[in-house]
Ligand binder design. Structure first.
Ligand code: FMN
Length: 183
């Protein structure tokens, strides 16, 4: 540890709760990732591990916890769609972050079928319809890379996740201490 590093943030990396809290200081967007099995069963989950990787070819990534209920579907799928949620879609972020046998049943009208039959979220800030490019098993997660086959975007305030809270940048800014008061 460097002499100038504050001791208060030093914690053993195996302390999962402190590690989660430290990782949550990094603000991210919130996405919904969806797929459909060969048998026609749709799956979807809320994620914030989305990142852009490459322009040529156009690649994006996200990671899935191997113990997730829907892991089998996402680890074998040929296509998936990542939707960047707008701040107005916070209810969907909460809904798709909980295990359920059919998460689409009570929000059918908010999706339309897209590339490879994957559900595509209407009115998302952006949609990236992908074919599965590669997978990397790392620790207790698998990193999935997708090749973007189709995409769309529209002007919208995106949903933000920061320190365990989800909302628009304005909502989060109002609920957090100002930088001069923090630390
Ligand atoms: C803001 C937020 C971000 C999340 N990001 C991820 C993620 O990147 N990868 C992941 O596997 N689970 C993530 N989760 C947890 C999943 O949404 C949750 O485990 C969900 O139940 C998985 O769907 P399933 O149970 O249908 O498999 C996140 C949850 C929230 C609220």
């Amino acid at each position: 540890m460097f002499a100038w590093a504050p001791a208060a943030i030093d914690a053993p990396a195996h302390d999962h709760s402190l590690l989660r809290r430290a990782l949550a200081t990094f603000p991210t967007g919130v996405c919904l990732v969806t797929t459909v099995s060969d048998a026609g069963k749709r799956e979807g989950m809320t994620i914030n591990s989305f990142a852009s990787v490459s322009m040529s070819p156009p690649l994006i990534l996200w990671s899935i916890r191997d113990e997730a209920r829907s892991a089998d579907a996402f680890l074998t799928c040929r296509h998936f769609c990542v939707s960047v949620l707008s701040a107005a879609q916070r209810d969907l972020a909460m809904h798709f972050a909980r295990p359920a046998p059919d998460k689409f049943a009570d929000c059918e009208d908010r999706f339309q079928p897209g590339f490879g039959g994957c559900p595509v979220l209407r009115e998302a800030a952006a949609n990236f319809e992908c074919s599965t490019y590669s997978r990397y098993l790392e620790g207790d997660h698998t990193i999935l890379l997708g090749r973007v086959e189709r995409f769309s975007s529209q002007p919208a305030a995106s949903l933000v996740f920061h320190s365990g809270q989800m909302g628009s940048v304005w909502e989060l800014a109002a609920s957090l201490p100002q930088p001069s008061q923090a630390i």
